[in-house]
Design a protein around this ligand. Structure first.
Ligand code: 2AM
Ligand code: CA
Ligand code: CA
Ligand code: CA
Length: 269
């Protein structure tokens, strides 16, 4: 795909993102249909499904050779990163969507032969669209944002969910305690996509989580890379875009500092 094709795809996708945002805003005045998926904390609404279906229908119609991975099941069976792949979370932060009507986002990452080329994370309630085309820098709405600089933990705000500081099967939770203690402060927004967008735009300095699916992190992965930040698993390995991963995104320098704390914690076990 050449630059002109990528620009055309970006323009089309952006239109659809704004249309989907308008559909979500419209839904605020109507009653939501809410059900559980795996358990009581795992909600899904008619809007999660409608929005994913909206994208899947348009993509299949306009770009029959493109593939889709989506949370709600309207995507394709995708086993490899060949060709053009859309990784879509129609609503990231469904619990917030249901409880707060804010702090949720539409998240879309587009990859060509495994390379992230276009990303959108749209905070519908605040009308903040974080977006990029590979090589052109990241934008918040029409404003181009500066590349990320380095930072030290003592001056950093770190997004982490309290769950990971209680005993859990994913990590020795004790190894995360010094990160919380040494940081300037912690936050938890309940939306992985926005937490990644906030790292990319510098509102927070790092984000650490133990279990995300490709649709949760795909767009953020592209944005963080374009912003000059670092994204890896919590053990510092590269992220597999087709599987569940732990995710650790941060500014450069800070990434090494936090990894060494996690590593020290693991060693003293
Ligand atoms: P979701 O809202 O699209 O499901 C906080 O809950 C963050 O973790 C959100 O980004 C949420 O995405 C994600 N998440 C991933 N798996 C989840 C699960 N099983 N239950 C709740 N949230 C989950
Ligand atoms: Ca979900
Ligand atoms: Ca999600
Ligand atoms: Ca979702």
């Amino acid at each position: 795909m050449n630059d002109a094709m990528i620009d055309a795809l970006y323009k089309q996708a952006k239109e659809w993102v704004y249309e989907a945002g308008a559909m979500i805003k419209d839904s605020f005045s109507r009653k939501l249909d809410i059900t559980y998926k795996s358990h009581q904390a795992d909600l899904v609404t008619n809007m999660d499904k409608n929005i994913e279906k909206f994208f899947a229908t348009l993509i299949h119609e306009h770009y029959p050779d493109h593939k889709i991975i989506g949370e709600e099941g309207y995507g394709d069976e995708v086993k490899k990163m060949d060709g053009t792949l859309w990784i879509i979370d129609p609503i990231d932060g469904t619990t917030n969507f249901v409880h707060q009507q804010s702090n949720f986002a539409i998240s879309i990452g587009i990859f060509v032969d495994g390379v992230g080329v276009i990303a959108f994370i749209y905070d519908v309630a605040r009308d903040e669209l974080f977006h990029c085309v590979k090589g052109q820098g990241i934008y918040l709405n029409d404003q181009k944002l500066p590349s990320l600089r380095t930072n030290v933990l003592a001056e950093s705000v770190v997004a982490i969910n309290g769950t990971w500081l209680t005993p859990n099967p994913k990590i020795d939770h004790q190894s995360l305690i010094p990160i919380v203690r040494k940081s300037r402060g912690t936050r938890s927004y309940g939306t992985a996509a926005l937490e990644l967008a906030y790292v990319a735009c510098g509102r927070i300095d790092a984000y650490i989580t133990m279990r995300l699916s490709p649709w949760d992190f795909a767009a953020g992965y592209i944005l963080i890379g374009e912003a000059g930040g670092t994204i890896s698993t919590v053990s510092g390995e590269s992220v597999n875009l087709l599987e569940k991963n732990s995710i650790f995104a941060s500014k450069k320098g800070l990434h090494e500092e936090i990894l060494s704390i996690i590593y020290e914690g693991a060693k003293s076990e």
